[in-house]
Write a protein that binds this ligand. Structure first.
Ligand code: 3H9
Length: 687
C-alpha cells in the first residue's frame, strides 16, 4: 500500500503522507506524490492541492537509509518530484507541522504556498550529513528567504522556527488551531489566483547579493573556524553563489554537480554513518523487552564543584528539581553562585529568559546534609576521584536513599563494581560519567556494573535523552571507553617528546587531523596538575617537572606552552630545556620525528585500544566508540570516529603502521587480536 493517499474536500485535493516515523521521502513516498499531483492535474474538479503529513512531522527529508542503495536512484528521484509539484497547474499548499527538513523543506519550497503551525521548524540539515540540499533547495531557498538567511541555514544546517520563517517570507501564514482545516481554507482562498507563484521563477530576493557579491566571502570569513576541515559548508555556499550568478536552470545543474561530488566523498559517508551511530547508541542489547524505566522526579547531586554544578544544571534546565549537597557552606555558596552566573550568562546571550533563570535556580535545593537526599529518585555522586571517599559516600547513601533510588557515580576511571559493593543494593548502582563542562558536553558514558539492573540502565538512557545528552553504554574497565583510549595517546605523545618531537609539532598534527586541540593543548586547558602527586621534590617525568615549577597550564599562564594575557600560546624555551634534559637523563636519543610517526603512534594505538575495548565487550558496538570520541573529545565527525576512520584507512594499513612502530611502542604495548583478525580477514569494524 502506498504511504501517500488522497481525498477530496470540496475542490481541494488533500494529499496525505503516512510514512512513520518521520515521513522520510523514500521511493514509495516519491512515487505516491507524483501520482497525486498527476491526479490533481488531470481532474477538472480539483482546483487546489494541500500536501500534509500524518504522525509526528512533515517530511523530515530524503530517506537517509536509502543513500548508497539502488533505491535512491530509482525514479522518480527527489529533484524530479519537486519539479513536478512546482509545475502543477493547480495551486499547491504545503501544510507543515513538526520538522520540514531537507528534502521536506524542498517539497515545501516547490509548493506554491506554505502554511505552518507555530511549533514547526524549518531547516536544511544536509550539511550535517556532509551534503547540500540536492533537490533544488540551494536554488529555491535564497529566492524564498533571501541570500543571507539561505546561507546561514544551508551552511550551518540549523533550523529556524516557523515564526522566524514567517518573518523572512518562507511561510505565508501561521496557523493556530487545526492545521488541515486551515490549510484547506487557505487553499480555497488562493485557488483562483493567477499566475501561480513559483519560487524558481522569483528573482526579487537575489538582488541583495547581486548588488553585494562580497557577502559570500564575508560569510566564509565569519565562519572559517566553524567550517574548518569540512567539505560540505563550502559546497553549500558555492551552490547558493550559483543561484545568484546564474539562471535557475544552470544553478540547478551546478547544485547537482556539487551534490554528486559530496555524495561520493568520504566525509558524507562518515557523517551519514554517524547519524545512525548516534541513534543506535541509545539501544541496549539483550535487555528484556518489557523493561520499564523508573520514575525520576527529583535528582540529588553530591558535590557542588565544577562537575557537580554542571551536572545539576542539566536537570534543572530540563525542569527536574535538584538537591545539591556540599560539606561546607562556603563551597556550597560558591558552587551555586557559579551555576547562577552560568545561567545568567546564557540569559545575556538570549538563550534563556530571566524568568527561566529564576525558575531553574528556584528548583535547586542546596544543603549540607546527605540526609536531605532521602527523597531523591536518582543520586549522582560527583566528588573527588578517590575510591575510599566514594565507598564511604555510597555506604552512607545505602542507609539514606529510599528503596529503588538509583545511585550513580560520576567517576571517570574507578571501578563501579567496587563502589557498588559498598552498598547492599549493587543492582541500583550505575556509573554516569559526564564530560566537562558537564552542562555543555553532549556525551554521557553510562557505566554498566556487573550487577546493574536492566531497569536502571533503561532509566539512565531515558533520562539522558531528557537532559539532551547522547548516552553510550560502557563496561567496567579503567577509564571506560573514552579515557581508556586517551591513555595510549597520552603515553606515546609524551614519549615522542623525549625522542625529539615538540609539543607544537604533535599538537599541530592532531589539529591538522581535525581535532579541536592536540594532547598538550588539552593538558594545558584541563590542568597539567590533574592527578599530580603534589610533591615538588619528586620529579619523575616531564609533567612532574612542569608542575613543580608551577606550570599547571592555562590557569597559571604557563604549562607545556607560555601564555600571554589573552591566553595565546607560544612555544616555551623552558619546557624545551626540561624535555631535552629528560631525554639526556633517560638516555633517549633525540631524532627527527615525522608527522606520519605521530599519527601511527598516537592515533593508530587509539584504534588498537578501541579494538581491545570491543573484544572485551566493554563497548556494545564499534559505532558506540565513535560516538564517545565525537561527542566527548571533538573527534572530527567528518572522519566518523576512530573506528570508522580506521576502516576508511584500511585495517591492514593500521596493523602495518603499528608493527612498524612496535619496537618504540615498547613491551607494555600489545596488538589487539580482534584488529589483527579483522585486518587479515579483510573485514571492517563498522559497516
Ligand atoms: C536530504 O533530504 C537530501 C535532499 O536534500 C536531496 C536528495 C536528492 N531518513 O532522530 P530520531 C529515523 S538528506 C531515514 O530518533 P527525533 C531515525 O534513524 C535528509 N531515517 O527522532 C530513527 O530511527 P530508529 C535531511 C530517518 O524525534 C527515527 O527516524 N534531513 C530520517 O529525535 C527517529 O529519529 C535530515 O537530515 C531520515 N531522513 O528527531 C533530518 N530521519 O528509531 C534527519 C530520522 O530506527 N532527522 N530517521 O532509530 C532528524 O533530524 C530527526 O530524526 C528529526 C526527529 C528531527 C526529524
Amino acid at each position: 500500500m502506498s504511504p501517500i493517499s488522497t481525498r477530496k474536500h470540496g475542490d481541494v485535493l488533500i494529499v496525505t503522507s503516512n510514512n512513520p516515523p518521520v515521513n522520510a521521502l523514500g521511493h514509495a513516498v516519491r512515487e505516491g506524490l507524483v501520482k497525486a499531483i498527476e491526479q490533481a492535474d488531470s481532474d477538472d474538479d480539483v482546483k487546489a492541492v494541500v500536501i500534509r503529513c500524518e504522525g509526528q512531522t512533515f517530511f523530515a527529508g530524503a530517506d537517509i537509509s536509502e543513500f548508497g542503495t539502488p533505491k535512491s536512484f530509482q525514479p522518480p528521484m527527489l529533484p524530479q518530484v519537486v519539479d513536478i509539484i512546482e509545475n502543477c497547474t493547480k495551486p499547491v499548499v504545503a501544510a507543515i507541522h513538526g520538522t520540514a527538513f531537507g528534502g521536506g523543506l524542498e517539497v515545501a519550497l516547490a509548493s506554491h504556498y506554505r502554511v505552518a503551525v507555530p511549533s514547526a521548524k524549518l531547516g536544511v540539515p544536509e550539511v550535517k550529513l556532509g551534503l547540500l540540499p540536492g533537490a533544488g533547495g540551494t536554488q529555491r531557498l535564497p529566492r524564498a528567504a533571501g541570500v543571507s538567511k539561505a546561507l546561514e541555514m544551508a551552511a550551518t544546517g540549523n533550523p529556524i522556527s516557523a515564526k522566524e520563517a514567517c518573518g523572512v517570507g518562507l511561510i505565508d501564514r501561521l496557523i493556530e488551531g487545526d492545521l488541515e482545516q486551515h490549510a484547506v481554507a487557505f487553499a480555497d482562498q488562493v485557488k483562483d489566483v493567477r499566475p501561480i507563484p513559483r519560487t524558481s521563477e522569483r528573482d526579487d530576493k537575489l538582488a541583495e547579493a547581486r548588488e553585494n557579491p562580497a557577502i559570500f566571502d564575508e560569510f566564509r570569513k565569519a565562519n572559517a573556524r566553524k567550517f574548518r576541515g569540512f567539505d560540505a559548508p563550502e559546497a553549500n555556499i558555492k551552490a547558493i553563489e550559483a543561484a545568484v550568478a546564474r539562471p535557475y536552470a544552470e544553478g540547478v545543474l551546478e547544485e547537482r554537480r556539487l551534490f554528486m561530488e559530496l555524495m561520493s566523498g568520504t566525509q558524507a559517508r562518515a557523517q551519514q554513518y554517524f547519524f545512525f551511530a548516534e541513534r543506535k547508541a541509545s539501544k541496549i542489547e539483550g535487555l528484556p523487552e518489557d523493561t520499564k524505566p523508573r520514575e525520576i522526579r527529583r535528582v540529588g547531586v553530591i558535590g557542588a564543584g565544577t562537575m557537580g554544578g554542571g551536572i545539576s544544571m542539566n536537570f534543572l534546565s530540563a525542569g527536574i528539581p535538584v538537591t545539591i549537597v556540599e560539606m561546607a557552606q562556603e563551597a556550597l555558596d560558591r558552587g551555586t553562585g557559579v551555576m547562577r552566573k552560568n545561567y545568567e550568562a546564557s540569559a545575556a546571550k538570549g538563550r534563556m529568559s530571566a524568568e527561566q533563570v529564576e525558575q531553574a535556580m528556584g528548583a535547586l535545593k542546596p544543603t549540607l546534609s546527605l540526609e536531605d537526599l532521602a527523597d531523591c529518585d536518582l543520586i549522582i555522586e560527583a566528588v573527588f576521584e578517590n575510591m575510599e571517599v566514594k565507598k564511604d559516600i555510597f555506604g552512607k547513601l545505602d542507609r539514606i536513599a529510599k528503596p529503588g533510588a538509583i545511585l550513580a557515580s560520576n567517576t571517570s576511571y574507578l571501578n563501579v563494581d567496587e563502589i557498588a559493593a559498598s552498598t547492599s543494593r549493587p543492582q541500583d548502582v550505575v556509573g554516569l560519567h559526564f564530560f566537562s563542562p558537564a552542562n555543555i558536553m553532549k556525551l554521557l558514558e553510562v557505566v554498566r556494573g556487573a550487577k546493574t539492573a536492566p531497569d536502571v540502565l533503561v532509566t539512565a538512557m531515558q533520562i539522558a535523552k531528557k537532559i539532551r545528552k547522547v548516552a553510550v553504554v560502557a563496561g567496567v574497565c579503567h577509564g571506560f571507553i573514552g579515557n581508556r583510549m586517551l591513555m595510549p595517546r597520552q603515553v606515546e605523545a609524551t614519549k615522542l617528546l623525549l625522542e625529539g618531537a615538540t609539543p607544537e609539532q604533535i599538537d599541530k598534527v592532531h589539529v591538522g587531523f581535525g581535532m579541536p586541540m592536540g594532547p598538550f593543548q588539552m593538558a594545558d586547558l584541563a590542568g597539567v596538575d590533574i592527578g599530580w602527586h603534589r610533591d615538588p621534590n619528586r620529579i619523575e617525568n616531564v609533567r612532574d617537572a612542569l608542575c613543580a615549577i608551577d606550570r599547571w597550564g592555562q590557569k597559571k599562564g604557563a604549562g607545556f606552552y607560555d601564555y600571554d594575557d589573552k591566553r595565546q600560546p607560544s612555544p616555551s624555551p623552558k619546557v624545551q630545556e626540561i624535555i631535552e634534559d629528560f631525554s639526556r637523563k633517560q638516555g633517549v636519543e633525540r631524532r627527527e620525528v615525522s608527522d606520519q610517526e605521530i599519527i601511527e603512534r598516537t592515533l593508530y594505538t587509539m584504534v588498537n585500544e578501541g579494538a581491545k575495548i570491543l573484544e572485551e565487550g566493554m563497548a556494545q558496538r564499534a559505532s558506540d566508540i565513535d560516538v564517545v570520541w565525537v561527542y566527548g573529545y571533538g573527534w572530527p565527525v567528518y572522519r566518523g570516529g576512530p573506528m570508522f576512520w580506521a576502516d576508511t584507512e584500511g585495517l591492514p594499513k593500521i596493523v602495518e603502521g603499528i608493527r612498524r612502530q612496535q619496537e618504540r611502542l615498547g613491551s607494555e604495548f600489545s596488538l589487539s587480536e580482534l584488529l589483527l583478525r579483522k585486518a587479515e580477514a579483510g573485514e571492517k569494524f563498522t559497516r
